[in-house]
Design a protein around this ligand. Structure first.
Ligand code: F6P
Length: 544
């Protein structure tokens, strides 16, 4: 259904005109309770959303929008295993992968949980074997290094989690290769020993050209080290995929394959066997904690009233800016260094899910949908892109993310980190007006005559929105909750915009064209099918 036709949407359009530009400074001044009222805590994560351009009227209409768009019905449909991914006719059940309850989750009448648990146990058994040194390479040595070869959802999730949970790593070193530019795999393998290296070839479809190309090069690297002895492959290659046929056709024994299911989307797959590198790095017990944290967020999302529901609130605030106040991008600024790959992970999660231009029924959309998601660790961003957030012309909401405790932190560092994070959201919110700038410059002794010209450059308009997400600690459990929080945020926005958040047809055309162009570059066909620009680029690549 078209959300713009609902009453809350129309009310929000009016509210945007009436209140969308009221300065937050003023809102804080007149309401001593604002910070308390716009605070919610669940699953060890506190969301302070008071530094947003909202008031109770806006919030109540945003919340009404969830009813108008039948969020609860759609949420139950997804969790209940209905074919929620309508364009691929599949269920959407990454939540089943972390389910900790005693019930059943049925897809087409079949409880999927026994199989989910069985595959997980196989992964755990394998991870234990590698971690305790029982799994031997071709010359009897244990595994010291694991290289995950995958891309997109078969890379970003496990990579982000391995980085985030580095303080919990106690197994082999884990590396990730995704780019088909050989520089990536060459640099990764340079310092590794084939006798002690295990490759995890991760691909849901097992047809992804980048992954298969890297996997073939890895295989050759191993075979070169063993004089071409193919029997070494079984000790050094495992696959994670839904496609058994293609895995065996590639030369990986089905016994070395860990499966998952078509109802797990690539960007939602880190909870499945795609999490194998994480299990290898931090161990099954910590991986279990990650699942528990995600499950706790699932329960929160399903049961908490909308007004106290973290994913719902984050989603609604995003809709407010995108659809009513004209924001086209959204920054993710994690302050903890170990979360440095979170923005990249969220880019795929959010933009591949909600970067859509038609509704679920195929009707063209005339309102804005998923914003551009971008970011980098906040503290580095302060010395780079934050200038634009503070004084640029675009309205760009920010999510500040900070864990208050993290393993192995040095106290004085943590203090500076927290102070910087809090200072940035305060600065974005309050800004600095001309009078304040004048007073500062006068106090600093600037000649009175020079002050007028200096003021405009030093004024901060403020009124720039942000959420602050404070994690009690950075642990496997809280990370699980944080990731699930964003997954459900994306889901809620997809429901409001009425898009299918679980397909990704937009990535197909480029793949099709690349395979044709590769044939031209290989001299198998000519370039006549392509436009003049592409033809001339091909010619240049061919050195002609
Ligand atoms: O090209 C996009 C995409 O299909 C993503 O959706 C997916 O996560 C990624 O490629 C990798 O796909 P696969 O796991 O099948 O190799």
């Amino acid at each position: 259904m078209n959300p713009t036709l609902t009453t809350p949407w129309q009310n929000l359009s009016s509210l945007a005109v009436e209140t969308g530009n009221v300065h937050m400074r003023q809102l804080f001044e007149v309401d001593a309770q604002r910070a308390e009222r716009y605070h919610v805590k669940a699953c060890g994560i506190l969301l302070d959303y008071s530094k947003n351009r909202i008031n109770d009227d806006v919030m109540s209409q945003l919340l009404a929008l969830t009813d108008a768009c039948k969020l609860a019905v759609q949420r139950d449909a997804m969790f209940g295993g209905e074919n929620f991914n309508n364009t691929e006719d599949r269920a959407v059940l990454h939540t089943a992968l972390r389910y900790q309850g005693k019930g059943e989750i049925r897809v087409a009448g079949q409880d999927v949980l026994p199989e989910v648990r069985a595959v997980r146990e196989r992964c755990y058994a394998f991870a234990r074997c590698v971690r305790n040194g029982e799994w031997k390479g071709f010359d009897g040595q244990s595994i010291s290094d694991v290289v995950n070869i995958g891309i997109g959802g078969s890379d970003l999730g496990p990579l982000m989690v391995c980085e985030a949970l580095k303080p919990f790593a106690s197994g082999p070193r884990v590396h990730f290769v995704s780019n088909v530019d050989s520089a990536h795999i060459v640099a990764t393998l340079k310092h590794l020993n084939p006798a002690t290296t295990l490759f995890v070839i991760a691909s849901k479809t097992f047809t992804t050209i980048e992954t298969l190309t890297n996997a073939r090069s890895a295989r050759q690297w191993l075979l070169d080290a063993v004089g071409g002895d193919e029997s070494a492959v079984a000790r050094h290659f495992v696959a994670v995929s839904t496609n058994r046929e293609k895995v065996t056709a590639f030369g990986i024994d089905a016994n070395n394959m860990f499966g998952f299911w078509d109802w797990v989307g690539g960007r939602y797959s880190l909870w499945s066997a795609i999490g194998l590198p994480v299990m290898l790095a931090i161990g099954p017990e910590n991986f279990d904690e990650l699942l528990v944290g995600a499950y706790e967020m699932d329960v929160h999302f399903r049961t908490a009233p909308s007004a106290e529901n973290l994913p719902v609130l984050l989603a609604l605030l995003g809709v407010w800016y995108v659809n009513f106040l004209g924001a086209r991008s959204h920054v993710i600024a994690p302050y903890n260094q170990t979360l440095h790959r979170l923005p990249a992970f969220l880019q795929q999660l959010d933009m591949e899910s909600n970067g859509k231009g038609v509704r679920r029924d195929g009707e063209r959309i005339a309102y804005a949908t998923g914003p551009v998601i971008w970011g980098e660790p906040g503290i580095n961003g302060q010395h780079a892109y934050f200038q634009l957030l503070h004084q640029g012309t675009a309205l760009i909401p920010v999510d500040f993310i900070l864990a208050l405790q993290q393993a192995g932190t040095l106290p004085n560092h943590q203090r500076t980190l927290a102070a910087s994070c809090f200072a940035q959201s305060a600065a974005l919110m309050r800004g600095k007006d001309a009078d304040e700038v004048r007073a500062e410059l006068t106090a600093r002794g600037m000649p009175e005559l020079d002050i007028p010209a200096a003021i405009p450059h030093r004024v901060f308009s403020g009124n720039r929105p942000s959420n602050t997400l404070l994690l009690d600690e950075l642990s496997p459990r809280s990370l699980g909750s944080l990731i699930a929080l964003y997954e459900h945020k994306v889901f809620v926005q997809g429901v409001i915009w009425d898009v299918n958040s679980f397909d990704q047809w937009g990535v197909e055309l480029g793949k099709q064209l690349a395979s044709g162009i590769e044939k031209v570059l290989a001299g198998e066909t000519d370039a006549s099918a392509y436009d003049a620009s592409t033809r001339s680029l091909i010619e240049l690549a061919l050195g002609r």
